[in-house]
Design a protein. Structure first.
Length: 279
């Protein structure tokens, strides 16, 4: 994935044993987490069919009219596994809250410990999603909704990530196109500092809240991921959510209400961070 940024650094890597809630609270860069032995190393299409059964998969079909499409798991897996699969077949944000998925798509304990979204029934399902991507898929520059951070573990395949600091989010917004500036179109400000990584099977990308990012997928990928918002990033999350509201792009969730509720059983320090973010 060619970049127009002139200051690109590799995403730092961290062994999974060093990943704690405190690490996530204090993240200032994306990280690639390595060496986590728990997830499966391989999931064949028939095993995916077994696990996903009657799951409905929502696919944002970029290559056929930028619309959401509803697929049954069986139909999707047949189309996605075909040798000539449409590169628009990219599932990255279909949530799997059911506890039975812990056996195949576990959530790292550090992510669960740090994630304020787990404490509210309106957002607890963001904890885990499935990733099924056809070769050639491309997700353009964006910031995850509600200022949440995102993580993605690959069981198989690889993805090329490029990320820019959350502090640049407003600068990278292109008011003319009403979208984030696209390096492919050459309209990304010169010299924007970024981090890049090729995420491989057995590795987990952690994208801190508010970071602008894009992802290219050269080969078929199977994995899982989720959204998280730790107390250390709650101010950034609220800032992004407020920006989404100004731009008319915020979803229907009242993040202030979710965080107030999540904070009600939290430590005084977390309550103070939430109160400061919402002021
Ligand atoms: O893997 C992809 O194509 C996109 C992933 C991503 O950017 C996200 O989940 O926010």
């Amino acid at each position: 994935m060619p970049t127009h940024a002139s200051h690109t650094s590799p995403v730092p890597r961290l062994d999974h044993q060093a990943l704690t809630a405190e690490t996530l609270d204090g993240l200032t860069t994306p990280i690639v987490v390595t060496g986590w032995p728990l997830p499966p190393r391989h999931l064949a299409t028939d095993a995916l069919q077994h696990w996903l059964r009657d799951q409905v998969l929502w696919v944002y079909a970029r290559n056929s009219g930028d619309t959401w499409q509803e697929w049954s798991a069986a139909d999707f897996l047949a189309a996605w596994a075909a040798p000539d699969a449409d590169p628009g077949l990219n599932v990255v944000d279909v949530y799997l809250p059911d506890g039975r998925f812990d056996a195949v798509f576990p959530v790292h304990p550090a992510l669960d410990a740090a994630n304020l979204l787990n404490a509210d029934p309106r957002t607890a399902h963001y904890r885990r999603s499935v990733v099924l991507t056809a070769p050639g898929a491309y997700t353009p520059m964006h910031v995850d909704s509600y200022g949440c951070g995102g993580w993605m573990y690959l069981i198989s395949g690889e993805k090329h990530w490029e990320l820019a600091d959350a502090a640049l989010g407003a600068d990278l917004w292109d008011a003319t196109t009403q979208d984030y500036a696209d390096p492919r179109a050459g309209n990304w400000p010169d010299g924007t500092p970024t981090w890049t990584a090729t995420l491989r099977a057995g590795e987990m990308m952690i994208c801190p809240p508010g970071f602008v990012h894009r992802v290219a997928t050269p080969v078929r990928c199977v994995g899982f991921g989720g959204a998280f918002l730790p107390a250390g990033h709650v101010a950034r999350g609220v800032e992004v959510w407020r920006r989404e509201q100004v731009l008319g792009q915020a979803g229907s969730l009242d993040l202030a209400d979710v965080l107030t509720h999540a904070g009600s059983n939290a430590t005084p320090a977390v309550q103070a961070a939430i109160a400061a973010a919402l002021r």
